[in-house]
Design a protein around this ligand. Structure first.
Ligand SMILES: NC(=O)c1ccc[n+]([C@@H]2O[C@H](COP(=O)([O-])OP(=O)(O)OC[C@H]3O[C@@H](n4cnc5c(N)ncnc54)[C@H](O)[C@@H]3O)[C@@H](O)[C@H]2O)c1
Ligand SMILES: [Zn+2]
Length: 372
């Protein structure tokens, strides 16, 4: 069992990582949120997770003294919106939730972001636990306390900070995750490698997604390293005033690609994958990347298998970037790789350079693209 401490205000918490942990979820939660006080535990989940893993979690919660109930929300990024939160809050009320109830996010990043935001505003805030079930949520989204929903105008434009009390990561639940979703999650982990875990990046240069998926110990290590990187950064900058921005590596263009295709063409991790390649190309053009870095990043991304083709027009992407909430006072911040394990924030990337990078990723077609 690996425990990673996330040292934030108002309380530090732990991410616990272990194959088979789901069966012990109830007792782990009861250690930080005693069942005698927090009897009602509402598990917010999606159909595919509920069907395969719901009974196991409910059994474990009951055994630890909680009175659990499963509440389903619709799947997919399209449902990461305020209306979903209102519906869920109505269901909580109907089921008798009160201020001492716990909500448990049991799904991917979408369920985590929605449930976290729900917990932060339901009766002005109730306790919240994360049990991420996608690789992306295990290596990234479940850590750090950012919650949010999308608006038509862009991703995550409404949101709050709400730290969970504990994060329970069981890589065994990834067995039912579709292969494409698994690969999408690997990209967020690759991101962690570029930002500050060179050994993680080097592992990814040697191993295939298939090898990673079939080796439980290796997978635990990959998840733990990614969580450690995020925990470190979040502890030093919880509210994204400075350092935390490095976690947006690949996300400036990635988010714009997602918005430009109405969140339907790319999985989040896939858009970030293209965003990392684009950022590497920008770094080369503005001269901040050391030799070989750009090629290594591009190769590592493409090794993880096919991605949907980029068809977006550079001008649209530019417009979306300027409307992104990462843009402050009209200045676009780009996180650019210097070397593997080190990124810089650059504020003055010329529009022409961005346009060129978007054009270049649009030209990478080869056999690395998913059939359309
Ligand atoms: N809060 C943060 O810090 C943060 C960080 C990164 C990403 N995010 C957000 O996370 C979201 C993406 O998360 P995601 O990639 O997990 O997508 P997702 O939540 O949509 O999950 C992907 C799909 O996998 C299914 N699924 C989940 N677990 C499964 C399992 N074990 N077996 C079978 N199917 C399963 C889901 O139902 C869904 O259809 C984005 O909205 C992104 O903005 C948030
Ligand atoms: Zn992301």
């Amino acid at each position: 069992m690996i425990r990673v401490r996330i040292k934030v205000e108002p309380h530090a918490y732990e991410a616990v990582i272990r194959h088979g942990l789901l069966g012990a979820a109830g007792e782990q939660i009861a250690e930080v949120l005693p069942a005698a006080k927090h009897r009602r535990a509402f598990v917010i989940t999606v159909a595919s997770v509920k069907r395969r893993w719901g009974a196991k979690l409910v059994k474990s919660l009951s055994a630890a003294g909680f009175r659990p109930a499963l509440i389903e929300m619709p799947e997919g990024e399209r449902h990461k919106r305020l209306a979903t939160i209102e519906t869920l809050a109505g269901k909580l009320i109907a089921a008798g939730a009160d201020r001492d109830s716990i909500v448990i996010a049991f799904g991917g990043g979408v369920a985590g972001d929605v449930t976290g935001m729900l917990a932060s505003i339901f009766m002005r805030g109730i306790e919240f636990v994360q049990i991420p079930t996608t690789l992306l949520a295990q290596v990234d989204a479940s850590i750090g306390g950012k919650t949010g929903v999308n608006l038509r105008g862009g991703k995550n434009l409404l949101g709050t900070f709400q730290q969970p009390r504990i994060v329970l990561i069981d890589p065994a639940v990834l067995a039912t995750l579709p292969e494409r979703e698994f690969r999408a999650g690997l990209f967020e982990s690759l991101k962690a490698g570029v930002i500050g875990k060179p050994q993680l990046f080097e592992k990814f240069e040697q191993l295939s997604p298939k090898q990673l998926r079939s080796d439980a110990e290796l997978l635990e290590w990959v998840i733990a390293e990614s969580v450690r990187l995020k925990a470190d950064i979040v502890a030093r900058d919880e509210r994204e005033d400075g350092l935390r921005r490095v976690l947006n590596f690949g996300h400036t263009i990635g988010h714009a690609l997602e918005a430009d295709t109405n969140y339907r063409h790319f999985l989040h991790g896939e858009a970030v994958a293209w965003g990392m390649v684009a950022a590497a190309k920008i770094a080369k053009q503005v001269g901040c990347a050391e030799k070989h870095v750009v090629a290594r990043i591009e190769q590592a991304v493409l090794r993880f298998g096919p991605l949907p083709v980029v068809k977006s027009d550079g001008k649209n992407i530019l417009k979306l970037i300027q409307g992104d909430k990462k843009t402050r006072n009209g200045v676009v911040h780009f996180v650019l790789p210097k070397k593997i394990g080190r990124v810089n924030i650059v504020n003055d990337v010329p529009a022409q350079v961005i346009l060129r990078a978007v054009r270049e990723i649009g030209q990478i077609k080869s056999n690395s693209c998913l059939p359309q």
